[in-house]
Design a protein around this ligand. Structure first.
Ligand code: HEM
Length: 349
């Protein structure tokens, strides 16, 4: 054992002291509460996505003539294919939910404020990439809904001023959904977006390490007590517990509600009801409330506002003198988000 350690140490000259320094980052006491640790949750689920995605890629064939059949083979014939596909699908759903919840906790605790504005912007890029990965993945199945969903999304992109038409052509590989479209979705879904997410997560965590996690002082805490605890092993153990619960939930959902298949895409028959995945319900309902151009322009405006929110928030606080103004705006936005999502979920059109 001693010789092995010496062999490793000669090649990787890191001392136990240096390792301890790297891992013993002091973590503020409020991170003992699980909802403050939600940032680790999308990271866990992303790893599940990568592993199950690699397994699915061994069978998936991204062409209109083969895509649906290859998914049918995975679901009905490949050994444990149904489980791998279901875990991939449920992990995507949970990852998007986890990113939204993490963003909400960061928002409502004001953890994006100076000097962490850039990490908020990196987070917004992560949110966009996560949603796009969900969208492109949904489109790979080549079912009626995914085919028509992609067609509707491409037409929405067409309404974006200046760059919209070029974006639509780049996405579809032409003016309409064609034989090249699926391979474009596939390369985005399986390579470009995951690689971008990995790079962004590295920058995101580097920022968290450089600034440390935001400190909060809980007035209701009975005794002041120690304000910090060690990242290793205390925080790592909390994250492991969260990861374990997450894996149990993921396996249970995948087994009880496995991924199903809808009818195969038919470019000649528009389905009576076209619905995107749940995470786009809010934008879909918004589109139905206004004309296409005003819905697209207002959506772009909202997303741009979200990107620069830390600076808008600081400006609003200075002008109004109300420190909690972002909380009030956040509550209204959350009700809108939930309201529009539920509305789209319960009505057919
Ligand atoms: C794949 C997606 C994401 C991953 C893996 C991730 C991961 C993390 C982790 C591990 C932390 C440390 C504290 C914690 O656990 O809460 C963190 C903090 C933070 N995240 Fe994220 N995050 C993601 C998305 C986002 C999004 C969408 C936003 C907002 C737009 C965001 C903004 C922030 C900010 C500002 C902090 C610092 C919070 C503080 O200092 O208390 N993140 N993130």
């Amino acid at each position: 054992m001693g010789r092995l350690t010496a062999w490793i140490h000669e090649r990787v000259p890191v001392s136990a002291g240096q390792l301890a320094e790297l891992t013993n980052e002091p973590v503020p006491h409020h991170l003992k509460r699980w909802w403050f640790c939600l940032g680790g949750t999308p990271a866990y689920l992303f790893v599940v996505q990568i592993v199950t995605g690699i397994l699915l890629a061994m069978y998936y064939q991204p062409a209109p003539s083969t895509a649906y059949e290859s998914i049918r083979y995975i679901t009905q014939e490949a050994t444990f294919g149904w489980l791998v596909r279901s875990m991939h699908k449920w992990a995507a759903t949970l990852m998007i939910a986890a990113v939204i919840l993490h963003q909400m906790r960061v928002y409502f605790t004001g953890a994006y404020r100076r000097p962490r504005e850039l990490n908020w912007v990196i987070g917004m890029c992560l949110l966009m990439c996560t949603l796009l990965t969900g969208f492109t993945g949904y489109s790979l199945v080549f079912e009626q809904l995914s085919y028509w969903g992609a067609t509707v999304a491409a037409n929405i992109s067409d309404a974006v001023p200046l760059v919209g038409h070029a974006a639509k052509q780049m996405l579809l590989g032409g003016d309409e959904y064609n034989a090249r479209t699926l391979s474009r979705f596939y390369i985005l879904h399986a390579a470009v977006l995951p690689a971008t997410i990995v790079l962004l997560v590295i920058c995101h965590i580097a920022q968290v390490r450089l600034h440390g996690v935001t400190e909060f002082h809980d007035e209701h805490e009975p005794s002041p007590g120690p304000r910090y605890f060690n990242f290793f092993p205390d925080h790592v153990l909390s994250e492991l517990m969260i990861g374990l619960v997450l894996m149990i939930v993921l396996c249970a959902l995948s087994t009880v509600l496995p991924a199903a298949m809808g009818p195969k895409a038919d470019p000649l028959t528009t389905p009576e009801v076209i619905k995107p995945e749940w995470f786009f319900y809010v934008s879909f309902r918004w589109l139905k409330l206004f004309s296409l151009t005003s819905a697209v322009i207002s959506t772009l405006f909202i997303v741009a506002t979200m990107f620069v929110w830390p600076w808008i928030d600081s400006l609003l606080r200075r002008i109004t003198g109300i420190e909690e103004i972002s909380v009030f705006i956040g509550i209204v936005a959350t009700f809108l988000l939930i309201g529009l999502t539920v509305w789209e979920a319960v009505v057919a059109h």
